[in-house]
Design a binder for this molecule. Sequence first.
Ligand code: NAD
Length: 353
Amino acid sequence: MLDTEKYATHQTVAFGAGLRQRATEHAAAAGATRVLILTTPHQSDLGLELAESLGPMAAGIFSKAAMHTPTDVTDEALAHLQASGADSVLAAGGGSTIGLGKALALRTGVTQIALPTTYAGSECTPILGQTENGVKTTMSDPKLRPDVVLYDAELVATLPTAMTVTSALNAMAHAVEALYAKDRTPATDALAMEGLTAFQRALPDVLANPTDLDARGATQEGAWACGTVLGQVGMALHHKLCHTLGGSLNLPHAETHAIILPHAVAYNRPAATEELAPVAAMFGAEEPGLALWNFAKSLGAPLALKDLGVAESDLDRMADLATQNPYWNPREITKPGIRALLGRAWEGAAPQA
Ligand code: NAD
């Protein structure tokens, strides 16, 4: 079991199958008296189950959370929050739902309780990406970090296999980029490796038996470690590329991360050989990018941007956009280099430096 205290983040974090049934107790301990439950439309049944279990503490359910936290959805949720007299939110879902909880906390200061149902890791970070008129902006503020996070393994046991794999690779991408972050420390390195090894060990068991709650619990520990390290250091090429591709072409978040990660790692490896060596070693390989690509392939992850509907004719524009605004990266970012990377990721070819 991970020692979450060792990496203190001023959050209450608990792990355990069935933990959602103790949400009332955890909400009360955080000072909540009336709780608005948040979900996506797809997970509204989970909202109903939680409302029943919260009993009189439930102030209502808002089931319209959406990808990239559109501000018009937040406006509507805010009206519900105010009408219901809730002093806290319980965000039950993936990064989209947890993002809505953060956006409401930003506007009102409500207490946030998160019940993550994917591995994306937003519940651990003080980061919020919001979309207004199609433009996504990202901000960081300590009050955005949820106060309580309850990792219930039964909630990720319902994740379909494809999403299990892509969401896990999305989480692993946070840890991999943390290893070569400019502001990394020995503690963030250790945390990143805890997250990576948790997924590497547990994912094959999860795929063999998706309802294996011990293995699911281990992947949630990985999600916690990867999400926490995402909140502690700056990200680089991989996250910027995914942001550009996702925002400009409206691509699915986790799948885009899963496809790009091996290519971003291979690109950066010549300038971060030592930092990425533990990733290669974890897989018993020489090349960390190729090792991640082989791992993703063995899990049945999507490997090609063209399979997400990206047209080859989009790649030049994506390379332009991704190299427009300079940012820190271990290796110099060049347009031909990024165009070549995107070409391989589009085709589904093995990564190269
Ligand atoms: P998501 O929350 O968008 O969920 C995708 C779909 O899967 C939704 O329909 C959801 O209802 C469904 N789903 C979620 N869990 C499920 C489960 N257990 N079983 C069945 N269906 C389930 O996906 P995500 O990848 O978790 O989140 C992506 C969003 O989170 C993006 O907007 C991204 O920018 C954001 N994000 C933010 C941070 C941060 O630190 N701010 C970190 C990671 C991701």
